[in-house]
Write a protein that binds this ligand. Structure first.
Ligand code: SF4
Length: 451
């Protein structure tokens, strides 16, 4: 169990030296217990105390990494039940299932689709994270042949699933350099597998039908110093799996129960054979709280909505998505090209730049840093106002790039026109652009043909 603030306080030097940035050791202890600061902030803590305190500084849901280097993903490290309490930390991973008894063409086709499925949205790349290979055939050689094939042709991390103890043991030792996730340890095979879990260092799934089985396994493994675990609980039934996911997160965060404080894996691919239903079930687990979600196919029509939904759920509500403040050149502008201005809220930038690009009109787009707010919000907050805009335009360097000093402002802030012209001075003219982004291409075409 994690330590309380007072338990932590007892292990601190109690000098109240303030080197950690807190006024007293007690204040630091309380913040550490709440997960709001890090132990490293106190430079005077003894090695002995560090060991005892390490537990307290870990998040309620531990972090687990699968794969290596650029070809890896992290899950867990979560500290809240509801995103609005703070934020969710590591987005869930989507894995696509492959059975080792699928025919060779089907396997090739699936790998090919997994490799190629990639979208860019508001500056982020959305893609599938892993392949989940299941030992359906029960045959060891077959399983390893397909695993080798996947490792050779797909860079995604792999989840290796088998009920055969020998296959599990060999998988962990044979592929440990690739750090695959091995599924899994049960109460029946625990004794035979625990040494290989230690020796390989690979993350393992603990599989139990209920909370008692999971607690027994995670407790035994913790006693052996093994915490690199993912939980698979339940009986492959939507209602039960949904309930279990919620209970695990609540036990980890509210009850601070370390036995349930691990990321989880769920299998919507085993809950239905209907692809649309599977997508719907997977979306439930994106929000509640599947860390790895296994799907039956990489069809874009099923995956894309899930990727976008995940992006929204795992966007940090405390940090607006923002792009860099600078002059963006669209369609190779020259000195006679129009100059538009907008704010650095990602969505605003991507929508406007997309419309300008589609207009085919060479343009300069000035993007002003307003802490990631949209145009109207920034204006209402006093961050997109004439004085600040004029200051930004003058310092941006746009004047050296253009021959005609005309600045097109978003239609929603037309009221800025007069004052902004005054602030800009030096012959600048302010033009009011359209209110809706969709009208930008028409506006730009009319603007360039009338000049
Ligand atoms: S740096 Fe350490 S010893 Fe100093 S006040 Fe903070 S917790 Fe106490």
């Amino acid at each position: 169990m994690p330590l309380s603030g007072l338990d932590i306080f007892k292990l601190l030097p109690k000098t109240n030296c303030k080197d950690c940035g807190f006024p007293t050791c007690l204040a630091f202890a309380m913040q550490l217990a709440a997960g709001k600061t890090e132990l490293e902030k106190c430079p005077h803590v003894s090695e002995q105390a560090k060991e005892a305190l390490a537990e307290a500084s870990q998040p309620p849901v531990l972090k687990v990494e699968i794969g290596v280097g650029d070809n890896s993903f992290k899950v867990g490290e979560e500290t809240v039940v509801y995103r609005h309490d703070r934020t969710f930390v590591n987005q869930n991973a989507f894995a696509i299932a492959i059975n080792d008894d699928d025919n060779s063409e089907k396997i090739d086709e699936t790998i090919n689709k997994i490799n190629n499925l990639k979208y860019e949205r508001v500056g982020q790349v959305l893609e599938i994270n892993a392949v989940c290979l299941k030992n359906n055939s029960g045959n060891k050689e077959n399983f390893f042949n397909v695993a080798e094939k996947i490792f050779g042709s797909c860079k995604k991390p792999i989840i290796l699933v088998s009920e055969n103890i020998e296959v599990l043991k060999e998988s962990a030792l044979k592929f440990k350099e690739k750090n695959p996730l091995i599924h899994g340890i049960t109460t029946k095979n625990y004794e035979q597998l625990k040494q290989v879990v230690k020796d390989s260092g690979c993350p393992f799934v603990v599989r139990g039908k209920d909370f008692d089985e999971i607690a027994e396994l995670t407790s035994n493994l913790r006693n052996d110093g093994i915490k690199n675990l993912i939980i698979d609980i339940g009986t492959r039934n939507l209602k039960g799996d949904f309930y279990n996911q919620i209970m695990l997160r609540r036990a980890a965060v509210y009850k601070k129960n370390r036995l349930f404080g691990y990321p989880t894996i769920v299998f919507p691919n085993e809950l239905t054979s209907d692809p649309l239903k599977e997508t719907l079930i997977a979306s439930i687990f994106v929000a509640k709280y599947g860390s790895i979600i296994v799907l039956s196919n990489p069809r874009p029509e099923n995956i894309f909505p899930l990727l976008v939904y995940r992006q929204n759920i795992y966007t940090d509500p405390r940090k607006p998505m923002a792009v860099e403040q600078k002059i963006y050149e669209i369609n190779n502008p020259d000195s006679s090209s129009p100059v538009l201005i907008t704010t650095n809220f990602s969505l605003t930038y991507f929508i406007i730049s997309g419309e300008v690009e589609s207009s085919k009109v060479p343009s300069w787009l000035l993007v002003m840093d307003v802490e990631g707010q949209s145009v109207l919000t920034a204006w209402a907050a006093g961050k997109f106002v004439p004085e600040m805009i004029a200051n930004f335009v003058k310092k941006s360097g746009i004047e050296e790039k253009i021959s005609r000093k005309e600045l097109i402002v978003p239609g929603y802030v037309s009221q800025l026109q007069g004052e902004l012209e005054e602030e800009l001075g030096n012959g600048w003219k302010v033009i009011v652009g359209p209110r809706e982004a969709g009208d930008v291409p028409k506006f730009l075409k009319a603007y360039v043909s009338s000049n």
